[in-house]
Structure formats: C-alpha cells, structure tokens
Design a protein around this ligand. Structure first.
Ligand code: SF4
Ligand code: SF4
Length: 490
C-alpha cells in the first residue's frame, strides 16, 4: 500500500497510432501522467538540533511580529505604517513617501541577503524563518497536541465520524481560528495604532477596511498553515522555482550520503551490515514520515525540499539506536558528499566569486543606507508652483509668482523654519518668512515672490528656496535648497 506521504502516480497504457519500427511489438511502453492527486501529508513529530533551532526561530519571529506593534516610542507606537497620514514610523525614524529611496534600498538588501544566504546555505530561509514554515509549525503543533502524532492522525482521519472525532476536529479548528485572528489583528496593528484598534474591536467600532484586512489576513493564515501547508511551497511560492538558479555544487543542502547508505535494508541491531552487504540505511522510512513536504530525500536533491533538516534529525536518532555514526543525512554540499569532504573543506569553498559578489553588493547598499540615514535632514520640502496664476503684475509694478511649499517635519520635536529665496537680484519674499511645524507633522505654506518690473528679461529664471530649520533654542538643525523657476511675462 502506498504511504500517505507518497504522491500518487497514475500510469496510463497507450496505444501507438502509427507504430514506428522501433515501437513495433513493444508492449511495455507506458505514459506517466503529469497529474498527481493531492495526498494529505501527516508529518511525524521530530526532535533534534535542527528541530530545536526551528522552534527558536518560531519564537523569535513571532515575538517580534506579535510584540512589535505593542511597543511604545515616546507618545506613539514604535513601528507604525500610517498609510492615511502617509507617514511611516520606525522607532526614531519618521519617513514620508518622499523617502521611497530607503524602501528601495531595504528591498535591494533583502533580495541580496536572500541571494547570498541561498548561495551559501541553500534554503535556510524556507526551513527556519519563512512565515509559511513558521505558521505551519505552529498549526501542526496544535494539531498534534489535540489529535496526536502521525499514526493517531491518520487513524482519526480514516475513522467514521464520532463524538470524539467531532470534538477533536472542532477544538483544533477553534484554536487555529483564534491564532489566525490574532495574526490578522497584529498585522493590521502595523497600519493603524494597535491599542486604538483593540478598543474599536472590543466596542465593535472597527472601520470596514480594518475588518476586511483582519479577516483577510486571518483567512490567509488559516488556509495556508492549516490546509495548504506544503502545497504553498510546492506550487505557489515563486522562490522555490528560481532558487535552483542560485545553487551550485558548493551550496549547503540537506543530502543523503548515498555511498554510505546504500544498499539499504532492514537488519537486526546486532547484525554487521557489511557482512550482509548492506549500507548504513536501515530503510525505516522515518525520514519520509517526518518530512513536511512528504518527499524521500534518499532520491536526491528535489525542489520540494525546504531544507528543514527534519530528516537529518530523525536519521541521526536512528543511527544512534543502531550504533552507527550520525550524519547519514546531513547538511552538506554536493561536492563534499561526492568527495567525502569534512566541514573544514566545505568552509574553504564558501567564498566563491558569486558569494563574494553578493556580499560586496550587500555590504555596499547597506553602508549607503546607513550613511544616508545618518546624514538625513530632519525635514523635507516640496515646492509646487501655483498653476492658477503663473505670473501677474501687482500694485507697485511688481511681478509676482505664487508657490506652495510643503514642509514636512520628520523630527520628534517641533521645528522652526526660516524661508529665503535666491537666484535673481531684487527678488523678494513678501509673505511671512518664518513657519512653525509641530513634531512629525507636515504643513502647506503659500509663498509669494515679487520682482520689480523690467528687473529681468521675459522668460523662466531659475531660482532656489533656502529653508533653514531650528530646534527650540534656535539651534540650527538643517538646511535645504529647493530649485524652482520665476516666470517673467512678456
Ligand atoms: S531515517 Fe535514515 S535509516 Fe531511516 S530510512 Fe531514512 S535514511 Fe534510512
Ligand atoms: S527532505 Fe528533509 S530537509 Fe527536505 S523538506 Fe523533507 S524533511 Fe525537510
């Protein structure tokens, strides 16, 4: 009987329409269907050092995800992406949409980190830190705690409906829904102040968008971690598809040592495998049973393998029991397995040209980001010309241009701004040159410039606004020059 973890493969006999000489009389020809019906995977629980590290990552990532929105920074939430006010708060940093370049740099850093880690250590991200793995692990733990380990779950699913089965299934789904709802709530808490959201939730006053996103994210978590699990990795995740392009023969992967393990076969504990002509693998199939994607690592590197190391953990335990050396399944590289290299030789091959290239780019972009953030002005200014009145003649024979300045205070304290204009002789700023903007707020200011008639020839003259900012006590904290043009009509 096929194991519940084995994919189904249908073989369809075909009748050749016009047999070639080569086919003639070949009755063994068959076609393998590319369609495989889904078989539920029942991963067995596993203990070991890699399982331990995965749980460390589960705790770490979830403490950060669930905890971060509750952290306070002064009078506000420490991390808040306030889309309505178009302001992003990340601890002491206040970013405006104009700071998009930082987001771009963060995305570039994330992409190159992924390239670097994948080239060096394969799918470590997938196996330990990806939200799909982390939530599947949590949901699986709930399932295991309520329904039992692999065999008990297979039996329960195969059994007819009973009061016990109904209770276990309902209880499991209620706990899953609770976790999923809390996850959705925490997610929305990154975009709207979470304490206020909590009050709105309790009083039933959440906006329709908040309700939509809480339920949408909860549904995605419930569906992906409760039902889709390995299917997300196998069929939906684009990273699984292109990561092989970043692999080479020196990339760390979970490998089965074929030379040592084969020929596989069961034997008594006291038997000497060599005298029986057997390798180290006792063919217990535990490595298949613990695999969250239901594959057999003994068939070699497969794209379904998320590099979680569960098979290595369980195989180490088996090797311990039969008194053989650990590491029949281990993190290693294709070159290392083929040539029997140890950790030292593997380390020596880490710094390959592609790894160095990724590392240099990553370091360069990270340094640029840190420097640019350190040298960042605590405010921004956008100059917009008044399109309704490009230029006009006003009392006293002056030519007047009107501008709108958006002054964005990215500091945590109120700032005082002093405006001036330069670029044309006798050009004057005739509106109030001093402006106050509260902490983390932005303000639109209307500015009028005047130039005596015939002080400049007709046309567009480049000018620039100089904006100085002062903290309380008149300490200068920054200066910005913004370009614009002054129009002189014919
Ligand atoms: S767990 Fe180890 S010994 Fe058991 S089947 Fe897998 S490779 Fe062989
Ligand atoms: S083959 Fe091993 S490392 Fe790969 S997904 Fe399965 S259990 Fe994890």
């Amino acid at each position: 009987m096929a194991s519940p973890n084995e994919p189904s493969r249908k073989t369809i006999p075909i009748v050749p329409v016009s047999p070639t000489a080569a086919d003639a009389g070949d009755s063994t020809q068959e076609m393998v269907s590319l369609y495989a019906a889904h078989r539920k995977v029942y991963p067995r629980s596993v203990q070991g050092r890699f399982a331990h590290w995965r749980w460390v990552m589960v705790w770490l990532t979830q403490l950060v995800f669930y905890g971060l929105p509750w952290l306070e920074w002064g009078q506000r939430q420490a991390v808040l992406f306030d889309l309505g006010a178009r302001r992003f708060y990340i601890f002491g940093l206040v970013l405006y949409p104009q700071d998009f370049i930082y987001l771009t740099a963060i995305l570039v850093i994330s992409a190159f980190s992924l390239f670097l880690f994948t080239a060096v250590a394969g799918r470590l991200w997938c196996g330990y830190a990806c939200p799909q793995t982390v939530y599947s692990e949590i949901f699986l733990w709930v399932e295991r705690s309520i329904e039992g380990d692999r065999t008990a779950r297979i039996r329960l699913d195969a059994a007819d409906m009973s009061l016990e089965k109904l209770f276990k299934k309902w209880f499991k789904h209620i706990v899953w829904i609770g976790i999923a709802m809390w996850t959705g709530f925490s997610f929305v808490g990154y975009f709207t102040p979470i304490r206020a959201l909590g009050m709105e939730f309790l009083t039933g006053n959440m906006s329709s968008w908040e309700v939509f996103w809480v339920f949408f994210y909860a549904l995605a978590t419930y569906g992906n971690a409760g039902f889709m699990r390995e299917q997300v990795c196998k069929y939906m995740c684009p990273y699984a598809r292109f990561q092989s392009a970043m692999f080479d023969k020196d990339t760390l992967i979970v490998s089965y040592d074929q030379a040592r393990g084969e020929p596989r076969g069961a034997r008594s504990r006291k038997a000497d495998p060599q005298s029986l002509g057997l390798g180290s693998c006792v063919d217990c199939s535990l490595c298949v049973q613990v695999c969250p994607t239901g594959i057999d690592i003994r068939q070699g590197l497969q794209y379904e393998c998320i590099g979680c190391g569960a098979c290595a953990d369980v195989c180490d335990a088996v090797m311990d029991k039969v008194g053989d050396a650990k590491g029949l399944i281990r993190y290693s590289t294709q070159n290392a397995v083929a040539s029997g290299w140890g950790p030292e030789q593997i380390w020596r091959r880490v710094w390959r040209p592609r790894v160095l290239l990724y590392a240099v780019i990553l370091l360069g972009v990270s340094l640029a980001l840190v420097l640019s953030l350190a040298m960042r002005q605590p405010f921004k200014v956008d100059v917009v010309r008044d399109r309704a009145a490009l230029a006009r003649i006003v009392a006293g024979g002056q030519i007047e241009n009107v501008y709108r300045l958006q002054i964005m205070n990215a500091a945590e304290a109120p700032l005082h701004f002093k405006l001036a204009v330069q670029g044309l002789p006798n050009l004057r700023l005739v509106t109030e040159p001093e402006v106050q903007v509260p902490a983390t707020e932005s303000r639109w200011v209307s500015v009028r410039l005047q130039l005596p008639y015939e002080a400049a020839p007709p046309g567009a003259h480049p000018i620039h606004f100089q904006i100085l900012s002062f903290e309380e006590g008149r300490r200068l904290v920054g200066e910005i020059q913004e370009k614009s043009v002054f129009l002189v009509p014919r």
